[in-house]
Design a protein around this ligand. Structure first.
Ligand code: ADP
Ligand code: MG
Length: 469
C-alpha cells in the first residue's frame, strides 16, 4: 500500500522533496484501515503535515478510501541514550485544513471562498503557523534590516511608517518565516486583532472562485475586516490584472484605515514585472527590506538552532562542513540536516563527518545532476595522477600546485561556493589564495596550449556547463 502511495506522491513532488521527505519513511503496519508510517524526526512529521498533507490525503484516499487514516510514529533518540528510542504515535488531522484550494481534493464542497477559513476562538482564522516565531529566526547580516523592521511592525502594527512592509529575497531565505513570525507576535499580544496570512496563490484562487460564484461583495467584505494582512509571494499576482485590481482596492482601503499590510516577493519591487504602476507605486510607500543569502556564521547558527530544537548533538567540525557545503539557502540547509537525521536514525549511527559528506554528495549530485566539489576534486586528481588529499595538502610542490589550482578554478566555475568556502574545501586556504589560484589558471590558459587542452579535457568529462554561462 505504501509503495502505491509513494507512486502517487512521486508524481506530484520534486525528486529532491521526494528523497528528502518521503524516502526515509518506513511503513510499519496496516490495521483497521490505519496505515502507520515511521518518520525519522518530529520535524519531518511537522513538515509533512504542513506541506504535503493534501498529497498524503490523496494517496490514502486512493489506496484506503476516504475512511482510511494515516498515523505517524516518530522515534526520538535522546542524545546519549541512544539505545532508548521513544516512540509516539501521532494521528493525522482528520481532514486537511484547506491551505490551498487549488489542490484541495474536497474543494467542490465549498460554495464561497470564506468557507475555506475555519474560525478560531476569537472568531477569526489567521492561517498562521505557530512554529514560526522571532525566537527561532536567526539574525545575521543577511536579514538584520528585515528582521528589525519586522519586529517594529510586530510591536506597532499600522502605526510605524513601515506600511506596507515588503520583504523580498530568493527562495528559502526566510521570507515566509519572518512574516509569519510578525503575524504570530501580533496575535499573541493582541488576540482581538484579526491577523490574516494568505499566499497570493490562495488569494487568486479565492478571487476566481468569488467571481465564479458571483460573490465579489462577500470576498471584499471579508478582506476589508482584516487588521493585519500578510500576503505571501506577491510576485504570483504578476500579469493577473483582475486579481491585482481587486487587491488594489483592498490595499487602499486597509491602508487608509491604518491597517498593517505585510508582503513578500521573490525580487525587489523595482524588478517586479507584470504589475500595474499604481500598485507598484504603493508597494514603495512603506519600507522594502531584503533577505540575502546567509553568511557562514549565520548558517552555523541556524544549524545549531535546528539541532537544538531536535535535541540532537553534532560535532562542530560536522556542522562546519555542512555550513561550508550548502550555502544556497536555508531550506536546502534544513533539507540536508533532515536527511542526515533520517540516515542516522535509520542506520542507528551517529552523524559523523563521513556520513555528512556522503549524504551531501548524494543529495547535491543526484538532485541537481551538477558537478559538485567532490567530483571536481576527484576528476582533477585523477587527471593529474595525484590524490584528492594532495589537493588539500599544504605542500607547495609544483606537481601539486597546478592540479590544486585547476581544481579551485573549476570549483569557482561550477559551484556557487564563495571564495571562503572554496578555500575551506581545499585544506582551509584563505580567500586570497583562492583568488590567486584562479588568476594563475586564467593566465596559463592564455599562454600554455597544452595546459589549455588539459583543462578542456577535464571540463569535457563533467558533461555539463558551468554555472556562469
Ligand atoms: P522563503 O519564504 O523565503 O522561501 P522560508 O521562510 O520558507 O523561505 O524559509 C525556509 C526554511 O528556512 C524555513 O523552514 C525557515 O524556518 C528556515 N529559515 C529561513 N531563514 C531562517 C533564519 N534566519 N533562522 C532560522 N530558520 C530560517
Ligand atoms: Mg515563502
Amino acid at each position: 500500500v505504501w509503495n502505491n502511495c509513494l507512486k502517487i506522491i512521486g508524481e506530484s513532488v520534486s525528486e529532491k522533496d521526494f528523497r528528502t521527505w518521503f524516502e526515509p519513511i518506513v511503513p510499519l503496519r496496516l490495521a483497521n484501515n490505519v496505515l502507520t508510517i515511521q518518520v525519522p524526526t518530529l520535524y519531518v512529521h511537522e513538515h509533512l503535515e504542513n506541506n504535503f498533507v493534501y498529497l498524503l490525503r490523496k494517496a490514502i484516499d486512493s489506496e484506503l478510501g476516504p475512511e482510511g487514516r494515516l498515523e505517524y510514529q516518530v522515534v526520538i533518540d535522546k542524545g546519549n541514550e541512544k539505545n532508548r528510542a521513544y516512540v509516539i504515535n501521532i494521528p493525522t488531522n482528520k481532514t486537511p485544513q484547506n491551505k490551498d484550494p487549488k489542490v484541495d481534493i474536497h474543494a467542490d464542497k465549498y460554495k464561497s471562498p470564506f468557507d475555506l477559513y475555519e474560525l478560531e476562538g476569537n472568531g477569526y482564522a489567521s492561517y498562521l503557523n505557530p512554529i514560526y516565531n522571532f525566537d527561532n529566526f536567526i539574525e545575521g547580516d543577511c536579514n538584520r534590516l528585515a528582521r528589525s523592521a519586522g519586529m517594529a511592525v510586530a510591536q506597532k502594527p499600522g502605526i510605524t511608517s513601515f506600511n506596507p512592509l515588503l520583504l523580498y529575497g530568493g527562495v528559502g531565505l526566510g521570507k515566509t518565516h519572518l512574516v509569519q513570525a510578525i503575524g504570530n507576535y501580533i496575535k499573541q499580544h493582541d488576540v482581538g486583532r484579526f491577523v490574516l496570512y494568505v499566499s497570493c496563490e490562495k488569494f487568486t484562487n479565492q478571487f476566481i472562485e468569488a467571481v465564479r460564484n458571483n460573490n465579489m461583495q462577500g470576498f471584499m467584505n471579508f478582506y476589508l475586516q482584516v487588521d493585519v494582512l500578510v500576503l505571501d509571494d506577491v510576485q504570483f499576482l504578476s500579469g493577473k490584472e483582475k486579481t491585482q485590481e481587486c487587491f488594489f482596492h483592498i490595499f487602499n482601503h486597509l491602508h487608509q484605515a491604518g491597517k498593517q499590510i505585510i508582503m513578500t516577493t521573490d525580487r525587489s519591487p523595482r524588478e517586479l514585472v507584470g504589475f500595474e504602476d499604481r500598485l507598484l507605486s504603493r508597494f514603495k510607500w512603506g519600507l522594502s527590506a531584503d533577505l540575502q543569502q546567509p553568511d557562514l556564521e549565520t548558517r552555523i547558527a541556524i544549524i545549531q538552532k535546528k539541532l537544538q530544537a531536535e535535541g540532537i548533538a553534532m560535532d562542530i567540525d560536522v556542522i562546519e562542513y555542512i555550513a561550508h557545503s550548502i550555502d544556497t539557502n536555508v531550506r536546502e540547509l534544513e533539507g540536508v540536516i533532515v536527511s542526515l537525521m533520517a540516515q542516522a536514525s535509520l542506520n542507528r549511527r551517529e552523524i559523523d563527518l563521513d556520513l555528512a559528506k556522503r549524504t551531501i554528495q548524494n543529495i547535491v549530485q543526484h538532485v541537481d545532476k551538477e558537478v559538485n566539489i567532490e567530483v571536481i576534486q576527484k576528476r582533477v586528481a585523477e587527471h593529474f595522477g595525484v590524490t584528492v588529499d594532495d589537493l588539500k595538502d599544504k605542500s607547495r610542490k609544483k606537481e601539486l600546485v597546478v592540479p590544486r589550482q585547476v581544481a579551485i578554478y573549476f570549483a569557482k566555475e561550477y559551484t556557487d561556493f564563495s571564495l571562503k568556502s572554496i578555500g575551506y574545501h581545499f585544506g582551509g586556504r584563505d580567500h586570497s589564495t583562492v583568488i590567486h589560484a584562479i588568476q594563475s589558471v586564467n593566465d596559463m590558459l592564455k599562454t600554455d596550449k597544452d595546459f589549455k587542452a588539459a583543462v578542456q579535457e577535464i571540463q569535457k568529462s563533467f558533461k555539463t556547463r558551468p554555472n556562469k554561462y
